[in-house]
Ligand binder design. Structure first.
Ligand SMILES: Nc1ncnc2c1ncn2[C@@H]1O[C@H](COP(=O)(O)OP(=O)(O)OP(=O)(O)O)[C@@H](O)[C@H]1O
Ligand SMILES: [Mg+2]
Length: 349
């Protein structure tokens, strides 16, 4: 099962695989108090492990094994170039490589890497995705998982889980890695943008290959705060107004939110184009709770001038009406990208 420990709550998804495809076997969302997790750091571990226990009680998964994700500032993800080597050789020297690229003491982080392939501009070198995460963050997450009686089998990054979930959708087609040689006109350049409550994860893919990732602290919480100010109401009531009576939200509050969101997105897309000037982003694929905002695709298309669509990874997953309220679970789909992507790790080739 994949468990996304996010700022607004716990999201649990368990999948199984058969000849007819993936099937949802368990799912639950349990809210967390607002200050339990702040900027991806667990502040109130008891609240988080209690929410985990509650999620398991509701979902009744058939396994205790969990894939979870880390995101935000504690995670460094970089594509680096190293002299061609085998996986084993690189394993031995990854600490040295990390020392050049990671701003923390190598002793204080967990490291991992993935060899993407030969570098496009230099056949003697290969592109390697290097990931480092602060040990204390990983250990805090593992601790709450343990306290809930579960076992951590896999620790992923939010942006990678997003990419795995996107592969389940029809809209986001993926080219095999061997087809990495392409012309600029033919390249499919998609940005996956998951906008949650306190942050958004961005993953730009060129023909299915990760070209840029970034986590930024901006999300639905910013809109709730704008509503709170504009209407002079509590955060809780502003949240309720946004989700249940969106038509009553003052236009000013929305305008401020979208202006902020656009400038954050432009900042990331500018960073991306500085490194890949020949491959402009053609399409934006939205997910996360903010993708449920009425008209968000039109707003972003108009403000960014980029085609925008919403992804829902549960549309291609079988959901049994005997076990679930199918419509309700599917409606939550766009918010479940990260836990779905995590649950898929079990089926890695
Ligand atoms: N129907 C809706 N309309 C508008 N906004 C919504 C709706 N449903 C949820 N949201 C907003 O989406 C956000 C929650 O999204 P999501 O579940 O993706 O975030 P999260 O994963 O908990 O947060 P983060 O990853 O940032 O820590 C909240 O800000 C919530 O107000
Ligand atoms: Mg999230």
């Amino acid at each position: 099962m994949g468990i996304d420990i996010s700022s607004t709550g716990i999201k649990l998804v368990e999948l199984s695989k058969s000849r007819s495809g993936y099937e949802l076997t368990a799912m639950a969302t349990v809210p967390l108090p607002r200050d339990a997790i702040v900027e991806n750091t667990i502040i109130d571990s008891t609240a988080v492990s209690n929410a985990l226990i509650e999620a398991v009680k509701i979902a009744k998964p058939s396994t205790n094994n969990v894939a979870l994700a880390v995101s935000g500032n504690a995670v460094i993800i970089k594509t680096i170039q190293v002299a061609s080597a085998t996986e084993l050789e690189l394993e031995a020297q990854i600490g040295y490589e990390a020392d050049q690229h990671v701003p923390y003491d190598v002793e204080d982080v967990f490291l991992d890497f993935h060899i993407q392939g030969i570098s496009a501009d230099d056949p003697e070198h290969m592109d390697v995705i290097l990931v480092a995460c602060k040990r204390e963050i990983v250990e805090d997450y593992q601790l709450v998982i343990n306290e809930a009686g579960l076992t951590t089998k896999c620790i992923d990054c939010g942006v990678f889980a997003l990419e795995n979930a996107a592969e389940l959708t029809d809209e986001h087609s993926v080219t095999e890695e061997s087809e990495y040689i392409f012309s600029e006109e033919e390249a499919e350049v998609n940005a996956l943008v998951n906008i949650g409550a306190n942050m958004m994860n961005i993953n730009v893919l060129i023909n299915g290959r990760m070209a840029f990732v970034r986590d930024q602290f901006y999300g639905g919480q910013n809109l709730t705060e704008e509503i709170q100010k504009a209407h002079g109401i509590s955060y809780h009531n502003a949240e309720q107004l946004k989700v249940d009576s969106f038509a009553s939200v003052q236009a000013d509050a929305l305008e401020h939110f979208y202006a902020g969101l656009t400038s954050e997105l432009v900042r990331s897309l500018d960073f991306y184009s500085a490194s890949q000037p020949d491959f402009p982003v053609r399409k934006l694929f939205l997910s996360g709770g903010c993708a449920l905002l009425p008209n968000i695709t039109t707003e972003l298309e108009q403000r960014l001038g980029i085609d925008t669509a919403i992804l829902n990874p549960l549309l291609n997953v079988n959901i049994s009406p005997k076990k679930f309220d199918v419509r309700k679970q599917r409606d939550l789909g766009t918010m479940m990208m990260v836990p779905v992507g995590l649950a898929l790790r079990k089926f890695d080739k």
